[in-house]
Design a protein around this ligand. Structure first.
Ligand code: TYD
Length: 218
């Protein structure tokens, strides 16, 4: 992939199901808009017609771990090409509900799929040729809502009909959480870990403070 200079701001949001990302992503979008920034609010898997079709399949249909990982990355490729990179080139703030860390956490940690293969796929899908060489497109910041799997399960119980991932046992989510923790250790500078066990208001204060400290919000 060759791209125009990416002047925008790419931010992803991660956490196990039930960790409570959604409200805060919406509030951040409003805060950026209030400062006059254009915001693209999007999600993975999904964000384009093709990727949303793949989302429906991957969240509902049984399939082997390699197929699942390939579909996640196929959806991501389309999403990057059609939505994320164009928005960044226009200088927008891209707030993305999950990105590649979710594949390492869910398919890698949760499913136990080979992380070396995921790394190869990540390189294939996210490499861009820039003036200073080949770069891997990654969020500038990843906000990780870290919540104990037991607590997340309590919050999700009875909330809605669970999809293929949400209906996994507690042990699966322990492995997913460990997968996120490994990604943070691998790239600590990219992550902001938020204690998702606090009240919603306290979580928002922590999230907001991260963006203020970065100089992105007043
Ligand atoms: P989620 O983002 O939680 O959306 P909703 O708020 O509608 O439930 O759901 C997406 C699910 O897909 C979630 O269980 C995590 C899973 N997922 C993966 O397994 N791998 C991935 O690469 C991505 C992006 C998501």
């Amino acid at each position: 992939m060759t791209t125009a200079p990416l002047t925008g701001l790419f931010i992803s949001f991660e956490g196990i199901d039930g960790a409570g990302k959604s409200t805060h992503i919406g509030a951040l979008a409003a805060a950026f808009k209030a400062q006059g920034r254009e915001v693209t609010l999007t999600r993975e898997p999904g964000g384009t017609p093709l990727a949303e079709t793949l989302r429906t399949l991957v969240l509902n249909d049984p399939m082997d771990p390699l197929t699942e990982a390939l579909l996640m990355f196929a959806a991501r490729r389309d999403h990057l090409n059609c939505v994320i990179l164009p928005a960044l080139a226009r200088g927008e703030v891209v707030l993305c509900d999950r990105f590649t860390d979710a594949t390492f956490a869910y398919q890698g940690g949760g499913r136990g799929f080979d992380e070396a293969v995921l790394t190869q796929l990540e390189t294939m899908v996210q490499a861009t040729v820039e003036s200073n060489g080949t770069q891997l497109i990654q969020p500038k910041l990843t906000v990780w809502f870290d919540l104990a799997p037991e607590e997340a399960a309590k919050r999700l119980a009875g909330a809605r009909v669970p999809d293929k991932f949400e209906s996994q046992p507690l042990e699966f989510f322990r492995r997913v959480a460990d997968g996120y923790a490994r990604r943070l250790v691998g790239e600590p500078g990219r992550f902001a870990r938020i204690d998702g066990g606090q009240t919603q208001q306290a979580v928002w204060q922590d999230v907001h403070a991260v963006f203020v400290a970065k100089g992105w919000l007043a």
